[in-house]
Ligand binder design. Sequence first.
Ligand code: F0G
Length: 433
Amino acid sequence: MLAELACFEQKCHATFPLTDAIYNCTRCGGLLEVRFSGNPGDPEALRKSWRERRMSNQPIDQSGVWRYRELLPFDGFSDKAVTLREGNTPLLDGPRAAEYGGLDGLTFKHQGYNPTGSFKDNGMTCGVTQAIRLGKNRVACVSTGNTSASMAAYASAAGLDPIVFIPHGNISYGKLAQALEYGARTLQVEANFDQILALVRELAERAGIYLLNSINPFRIEGQKSIIFEMLDARDWNPPDWIVLPGGNLGNTSAFGKALRELKQFGLIQKTPRLAVVQAEGAAPFYEFLKRRGEFHSVPEPQTLATAIKIGDPVSWPKALQEISESNGVVEKVSEQEIADAKAIIGRCGIGCEPASAATLAGIRKLTASAVIRRDADVVAVLTGNVLKDPDYIYKYHTGQLKDPENKSIQSRFGNKPVVVPNDAAAILKILEA
Ligand code: F0G
């Protein structure tokens, strides 16, 4: 299909070639998105070819992103894709989580099974491939941790120079460790995510570095594949609801765009509703939809789910459109609710990082308020791997977790390790107690 960059603003709609290294409309400053013209082909033939590629040994066929290349803006360039075999993430049933969430059944799409342990890999494979297409050799991002881990891996795999900016002291060690191990130049800035984004945009402009935050439309294109793969695995049967956490709202934009395109190209008939869940202390999108009027950022966002500790989400205009188009909803959840939901997901043998657990906490509230029906067909997207933030887990299970206001979070589903003597009889006594 032919593709170009287009301004997202209704009143502007300026267009630009795919090879312009820009992140905002140069005419009005609006967000950019990829717009396709034409048709990718017969839906049945596409479905068949995507299924057959799973049997192939070609790297781009093995990728759960590039397998769907007919719906990506890389015509004639996908053989140069930088892939670590991202995607291919499972749909997992969580009966205990369903019960906790007030549902008859619940499926998780677990993006934590990705090469660097988060959904960012789906977008980064496209972002870094675009950097190669543009001939850039330095790439940068600001991150609450997962974007930096992913960018570091993909840029290094492609022989590029990754530069990572992170809010000092506000990302988990698991994620920081990945950026270091994958060889990114790592700069810890004494500021929050939103403040650093402004800084990095200026630096990218001045030094000609390619910016790989989710404002980059090629990342959004890659993240559409989370939906393609979810529906492929369900034999193109859309669920009633897709639930996801919301931070910078890139994923919300990507999911909505994917669903609109699938419908437009005849691959699905019905659009699932999106439910976006934010942490109470970082919920500007929730507050905006509740009150409408102007969008107000949260100057000092607070949450232990550091991945979604974002007060000024850049993609909110796109996310707003996707929530309206899908007849979606936005919910917010407390620190205690996130922590408990996370422990329940763990007990399903699945596990995830704190931000991902906002999904189940949100589902529980949305079923209680009868927005989601008990018998609804729901897929929750777990965005990050359980090992991203082990410190949080240990503190929760041992009753030491404190919320950002230093109030204790109750260890309602805690599982404390027990110290025992090196003595079989004593251990048997404990096991039988
Ligand atoms: N879940 C996880 C695990 C994340 O890392 C993020 C975002 C989100 C949810 C929210 O997604 O921004 O598309 O609404 N992490 C970014 C980062 C901001 O820098 O890694 P979103």
